[in-house]
Design a protein around this ligand. Structure first.
Ligand code: WQD
Length: 337
C-alpha cells in the first residue's frame, strides 16, 4: 500500500516525504515542478537512502492521474499541490481557482473511483481571515481576503461536504501557520521561484546578499514592537504532524480541521533579531508601509492537534533561524546551484 503525495517535490512536501520514507512508508509523488525542482528528488533519496515512485504530472491531467492510481495501490493521499502566492492570486485568479480547486476536485473524483477516501489536505491559517482574534481555534468561522485564501476555504468546504455525503471519507484539513526552517542537513529547504513573498526566505536572501535589505511591512500595529506577529513553525515539525494526521485519517472517518502551529507568536523584528543572534549576521532592514491584507496578530491554539493527534511542535525559533540559514548558505542559488 502506498501514500500518494501531490506536490511532494515542494518545500513542505519534500520534508514530509523524507519523514514518510524514514518511517518505512511506500511513497508515490506527483509534481509538475511549477514551484519545485527535479533536484529535490535526488536530495530526498540522498537523505533517506530510499527510493519512491515519481510522476511529473499536474492534477488537471485526469487521465494521467487515473494511470497513477491504476499502477499503484494507493491507500491515502497527502495533498500539497497548489499555487500559493497571495499577491499573484489577485492578478491571476482564474489560474488559481482552476489549478487549486478544479485540480483538487479531479483528484477527489479519481480517489472516489478507486475507493480511496483518506486524505490529508494542506490548508492554511489564512482561512481565519481578518475578523477572528488570536489564538485561533478550529471552530472559528473561515473567510479570505484573496483568491489564494479562497481556494483553501473552498477546498475545506468541498472536503467537509464530501464527508457528510459519504461517511467513509476521512479528510484531515491541516491549517499551517507560518512554516520556516529546513532539514538539519541543509540539503532541502525553501526555494521560491522569484523574489520571496514570505519573511524568512526574504531574510535569508538578504543574508546571502542576493537582496539588499528587508522591508518591514509596518511598525504601527497594536503589537509589542508595532510589527506583525505570527506563529512560526519549523517545517520538520510540520512534516511530522502530517504523519500523525495520516495515521488519524487511516483509523477514523469524518472531516477534521486541525491547526499546526506552536501557539507562540513572534513579531517580524523578533524573527530578525533571532536570525541575527543565531547566525551572527546583521540583517539590514527598513520600516515601510503596511502590506494590504496583512493581519496584525495571528497564532494558533494548538490544543486540538495535541489531543487528537498526540502532536506538538518541538523546534525553537533559534532552530528555525539556524536551519533556514544553513540551507540558504549551502545553496545560495537554491536548487539551481
Ligand atoms: C509574515 C510577517 C508580514 C515579508 C502567508 C500566507 C499563508 C502562508 C504563509 C502559503 C507579516 C511580514 C513579510 C517581508 C515583512 N502562505 N513581512 N516583510 O503573510 O503571515 O502568511 O504566508 O501557504 O497562507 O497568508 O506570511 O511570511 O508573508 O509574513 O515585514 O518581506 O512578516 O507583514 O507580518 P503571512 P509572510
Amino acid at each position: 500500500m502506498s501514500i500518494l503525495v501531490t506536490g511532494g517535490a515542494g518545500y513542505i512536501g519534500s520534508h514530509t516525504v523524507v519523514e514518510l520514507l524514514n518511517n518505512d512508508y511506500d511513497v508515490v509523488i506527483v509534481d509538475d515542478f511549477s514551484n519545485s525542482h527535479p533536484t529535490v528528488l535526488e536530495r530526498i533519496k540522498e537523505l533517506t537512502g530510499k527510493t519512491f515512485t515519481f510522476y511529473e504530472l499536474n492534477l488537471l491531467d485526469k487521465e494521467g492521474l487515473h494511470k497513477v492510481f491504476q499502477e499503484n495501490d494507493i491507500e491515502a493521499v497527502i495533498h500539497f499541490a497548489g499555487f500559493k502566492a497571495v499577491g499573484e492570486s489577485v492578478s491571476i485568479p482564474l489560474e488559481y481557482y482552476h489549478n487549486n480547486v478544479t485540480g483538487t476536485i479531479i483528484l477527489l473524483e479519481v480517489m472516489k473511483e478507486f475507493n480511496v477516501k483518506n486524505i490529508v489536505f494542506s490548508s492554511s491559517a489564512t482561512v481565519y481571515g481578518m475578523d477572528n482574534k488570536a489564538p485561533f481555534t478550529e471552530d472559528m468561522p473561515t473567510s479570505a481576503t484573496n483568491p489564494y485564501g479562497y481556494t483553501k476555504v473552498f477546498i475545506e468546504h468541498i472536503l467537509e461536504d464530501l464527508a457528510v455525503a459519504d461517511n467513509e471519507w476521512s479528510p484531515i484539513l491541516l491549517r499551517y501557520f507560518n512554516p520556516i526552517g529546513a532539514h538539519e542537513s541543509g540539503r532541502i529547504g525553501e526555494d521560491p521561484n522569484d523574489t520571496p513573498n514570505n519573511l524568512m526566505p526574504y531574510i535569508t536572501q538578504v543574508a546571502v546578499e542576493k537582496l539588499e535589505k528587508l522591508s518591514v511591512y509596518g511598525d504601527d500595529y497594536d503589537t509589542p514592537d508595532g510589527t506583525g506577529v505570527r506563529d512560526y513553525i519549523h517545517v520538520v515539525d510540520l512534516a511530522k504532524g502530517h504523519l500523525k494526521a495520516l495515521d488519524y485519517s487511516l483509523n477514523h472517518t469524518g472531516a477534521q480541521a486541525i491547526n499546526l502551529g506552536t501557539g507562540e507568536g513572534y513579531s517580524v523584528l523578533d524573527v530578525v533579531h533571532a536570525f541575527e543572534k543565531a547566525n551572527d549576521i546583521k540583517i539590514p532592514y527598513e520600516i515601510v508601509e503596511r502590506r494590504p491584507g496583512d493581519i496584525a496578530v495571528g497564532y494558533a491554539d494548538p490544543n486540538k492537534a495535541k489531543e487528537l493527534l498526540g502532536w506538538e511542535a518541538e523546534h525553537s525559533l533559534e532552530d528555525m533561524c539556524r536551519t533556514s540559514w544553513k540551507w540558504q548558505k549551502n545553496n545560495p542559488q537554491g536548487y539551481n546551484n
